[in-house]
Design a protein around this ligand. Structure first.
Ligand code: GDD
Ligand code: MG
Length: 352
């Protein structure tokens, strides 16, 4: 599992916590992927860590809670996606012909992993890529295939995508193919390994599905992912409560006169006061949403304090930040951890 990226697009959320560990629908993001992988029969997972590597083991331990055996491999310098796979392969125990599942650590996917592995094995492919369709393929790896599903090119972040089909970030490699990735240097599977394999005539197969899929690499997508999990749009065995309009974690206090829903999660020990309205948002542990505040599609960090009447929409509020009364933070605004916004410091319109 590739979990070494810096998560720059999710700052400030990822300043202290790597993207795969961000609390999502009440548990660390990766818990959803791990639980799904387990449900498809995966038993052993190797984490390829780099950024904030030391935080993974205390979170997941040896994996017993998931019925998995977890191993942690560390990159001194980030080795890129391909270098990370090669480096993590040191911890593999399987033979050269065995299929090895590789997952990006920031994906929510409802696809049938078991079926992807079966197709890979049946076709004796070198690599089998899960593919999905998106509206803007230029932000992803664009992956055209022929009529038999054979991948004909791999175009990472191309300004001129030839299809809406993209790399969904879940691969099955034949083990011996991983061993051909150069060791000890930065390698991108997307820009080097996959194009190289295709060029060399190896069988790179696509497994296209229309199942639920999301890359949570941006704040909007991250909030959407948490919301979809809470609402049950993607079933996750790791969800800490049954799916529904909201999940309230232990010790949280939600006033009966507050309106909280739309797939929101209220963190442990957080408080939502009377008259507040929280929709589709992620509220961190111990945060405060004061009376009459409106929080929509936003992330409120651990211990952050949102004062009376504040409006947040598509906003990211860092841990322990304070947003004073009369502020209106919308359209992707990000407040850095610990920052204190005084009363009426920011508004997006002049009429109030
Ligand atoms: N260990 C390690 N070392 N992991 C890394 C490194 C590294 O140097 N660089 C990136 N990763 C991990 C990230 O943590 C993430 O889980 C995964 O590799 C992909 O990196 P992203 O930074 O999220 O890439 P992306 O979202 O821009 O693009 C990738 O994912 C798309 C699907 O979401 C590519 O694989 C695209 O082709 C793909 O379409
Ligand atoms: Mg990503």
């Amino acid at each position: 599992m590739l979990v070494g990226g810096q998560g720059t697009r999710l700052r400030p959320l990822t300043l202290g916590v790597p993207k795969p560990l961000l609390p999502t629908a009440g548990v660390p993001f990766l818990a959803h992927q791990l639980a799904r992988a387990r449900a498809f029969g995966v038993r052993r997972v190797v984490f390829a860590t780099s950024y904030r590597a030391e935080m993974f083991r205390p979170t997941f331990g040896d994996g017993e809670a998931f019925g998995l055996s977890l191993t942690y491999v560390y990159e001194e310098e980030p080795l890129g996606t391909g270098g990370a796979i090669r480096n993590a392969a040191r911890a593999l125990t399987c033979g050269p012909d065995a299929p090895v599942l590789v997952l990006n650590g920031d994906i929510l996917s409802g696809h049938d992993i078991g079926e992807q592995v079966r197709r890979h094995v049946a076709a004796r492919a070198a690599v089998t890529l899960h593919l999905t369709e998106v509206d803007d393929p230029s932000r992803f790896g664009c992956v055209p295939t022929d009529a038999d599903g054979r991948v004909t090119a791999f175009l990472e972040k191309t300004p001129n995508p030839v299809t809406n089909r993209i790399n969904a970030g879940c691969y099955v490699f034949t083990r011996s193919v991983i061993d051909t990735i150069p060791e000890g240097r930065v390698v991108s599977v997307e820009r080097e390994t996959f194009p190289g394999l295709i060029e060399a005539g190896a069988l790179v197969l696509g497994y296209a599905t229309r199942s639920y899929w999301l890359d949570v690499g941006t704040p909007e997508a991250f909030v959407q992912g948490s919301r979809d999990l809470v609402l049950g749009r993607l079933a996750s065995p790791a969800l800490p409560a049954p799916p529904g309009e909201l999940i309230v974690l232990p010790g949280a206090e939600v006033s009966p006169e507050a309106k909280v829903g739309g797939g929101s999660v209220v963190g442990a020990g957080a408080k939502v006061e009377a008259g507040a309205a929280v929709t589709g948002s992620v509220l961190g542990d111990g945060c405060l949403i004061a009376a009459g505040a409106t929080v929509t599609d936003s992330v409120v960090g651990r211990g952050a304090r949102i004062a009376e009447g504040v409006v947040l929409r598509d906003a990211v509020i860092g841990d322990d930040a304070e947003v004073g009364p009369g502020n209106e933070l919308i359209r992707g605004v990000r407040v850095w951890p610990g920052v204190v916004l005084p009363e009426r410091a920011v508004r997006f319109s002049s009429d109030a």
